[in-house]
Design a protein around this ligand. Sequence first.
Ligand code: HEM
Length: 212
Amino acid sequence: MAVSGVLLVLFIIAHMAGNLHVFEGPEEMNAYAHGLRTFGEPLLPHETLLWIMRLGLIAAAVAHIASAIVLTRRAARARPVRYAHRRPARGESRHAAATMRWGGVVIVFFLVWHLLDLTFRTVNPVKDAPDAYGAVVASFTPERWPVTVLYLLAVIALGFHLRHGIWSAVQTIAGPDHKWRKRTQIIALAVAVIVSAGFAIVPLAVTFGLVS
Ligand code: HEM
């Protein structure tokens, strides 16, 4: 769970930072997207880096979801009779587990829409938009504000997921009573806020006309 989570977090941070090229204008953003496809050419075939990243992402996502299912089942087997009084576990509330599960489901549904919107561009208003910048601007145009709202909800869900996920990963690795508990909580919150805000700012900027 933790290892696949770390890979996914690294991708998410890189993707969030990459998206900010939109503020530099169409040339820079499209050059960045193009650079991801042509990296290593002519030594490497077209889109080698992109496909390594895609395969790594798919493997990490499958491992992450599979471990979540295995761990949930294991926890249920370890305690087949439910607690009469549900008391929060130390340092975290039980509803964090439900938030993780439902947050994960929201992220998966969001990703299906997101890939159709900005990678395959089939639900994008500009069908088969040739460039990443054009697709982003078309997707979050003011008339399509519900799409922006959808993205905002998804990145908020992602923020909650990241905060608890980073916290849990450190607990798993360092043990429940390590001395950096407070620091871990602050770092997890900071990463979650920066990532959510960094993603959210792009659709918001287009919808409010700052990027067009
Ligand atoms: C909220 C703002 C977001 C924006 C503006 C955005 C933008 C984009 C764009 C433009 C692409 C296509 C890149 C290209 O074809 O060159 C893309 C692809 C992708 N995005 Fe996002 N994204 C956002 C959020 C997210 C989030 C939150 C996730 C993950 C949880 C995510 C995961 C992906 C994935 C997996 C791809 C496919 C990469 C590929 O294989 O080509 N994105 N995104």
